[in-house]
Design a protein around this ligand. Structure first.
Ligand code: NAP
Length: 271
């Protein structure tokens, strides 16, 4: 595994996403055995960063992740757990309640990282951060971050947070560079903030082309692995692909070992 660092924190370049674990926007218990097998497979493969949210399967993804961690007997300190507060819960009391509920479902005393999942129209960010800062002071959360924030909101968050904002989690893939174009990646790279790339293989719908195919062939890798290798070749970028398939779970983890040449990175960037 490769790692990326900001002051006082080192994270693996590739972690594990949990959207669709346990259901979509509502729980789907008929998929629990596949979801649990996927989580166990990820833990056994060696993933240590897990990304979830109270919104995923309406809390059921957190429950399954908690069960998988508990039953695997892996040490809590060996893991980095990210979860997120839903945009409709951004008032002071709601943030505190959401975090308490997430920790109960995860069966954990603290989350390593707590993110505002999406900005909400009319949100009072100062009120939200009053609660987030309290969660850090109370030891319920180790680090704070945001997700789907633009530069203006990120800078506002940095002003309001008593501890450094360590992450903005945004879409980033070969086909979605919107957060490069809007200046976010460059800002993060200059300011000790990690950009977590979500949907790094376009939710499984990665579009291929001759260049991608040729580079995959040269590395004896799949196009998905090359897409992940390209994402993490960017400084200050980590990612969290999701898969319920143990073969893909291993392939995604091993993508971190692929060494793309600068020419290959450039060809993919300009494809
Ligand atoms: N903050 C936010 O607003 C936000 C939004 C979206 C996502 N996220 C986070 O980011 C994570 C990743 O994003 P995502 O789940 O949207 O999309 P993704 O990771 O780009 O793609 C997941 C899909 O790709 C397939 N897949 C995975 N690895 C594969 C491989 N090696 N070969 C072929 N197919 C593969 C999976 O199917 P199989 O199960 O068949 O492998 C699954 O359908 C989420 O799980 C979530 O934790 C955050």
């Amino acid at each position: 595994m490769k790692f990326d660092s900001i002051p006082n924190l080192t994270l693996p370049k590739i972690g594990f996403g949990t959207w669709k674990i346990g259901g979509g926007s509502s729980p789907n218990p008929t998929t629990d055995s596949v979801s649990m097998a996927a989580l166990h497979s990820a833990i056994e493969t060696g993933y240590t960063h897990f990304d979830t949210a109270e919104m995923y399967a309406n809390g059921h993804a957190e429950e399954l992740l908690g069960d998988a961690v508990y039953s695997s007997q892996i040490k809590r300190e060996a893991l980095f757990i990210t979860t997120k507060v839903t945009p409709s819960h951004l008032q002071y009391d709601e943030v505190l309640r959401s975090c308490e509920n997430s920790l109960r479902r995860l069966q954990m005393d603290y989350a390593d990282l707590y993110l505002i999942h999406w900005p909400a129209a009319g949100m009072k960010l100062a009120d939200t951060f009053r609660a987030l800062n309290k969660l850090v002071r109370d030891g319920k959360v180790k680090h704070l971050g945001v997700s789907n924030f633009n530069l203006k909101l990120l800078k506002e968050s940095e002003q309001l947070s008593e501890t450094p904002i360590i992450i903005n989690q945004v879409p980033f893939s070969l086909s979605d560079r919107s957060y490069v174009k809007n200046g976010m990646l460059e800002y993060c790279q200059k300011n000790d903030i990690l950009l977590t790339a979500y949907s790094p293989i376009d939710e499984g719908n990665l579009r291929t082309n001759a260049k991608l195919e040729a580079i995959a062939k040269a590395h004896n890798a799949t196009i998905f692995q090359i897409a992940l290798a390209w994402v993490i070749s960017q400084p200050r970028v980590i990612t969290i692909p999701m898969s319920a398939n143990p073969k893909h779970i291993r392939e995604n983890f091993e993508a971190a070992e692929i060494e793309l040449s600068q020419s290959e990175v450039d060809q993919l960037t300009n494809r």
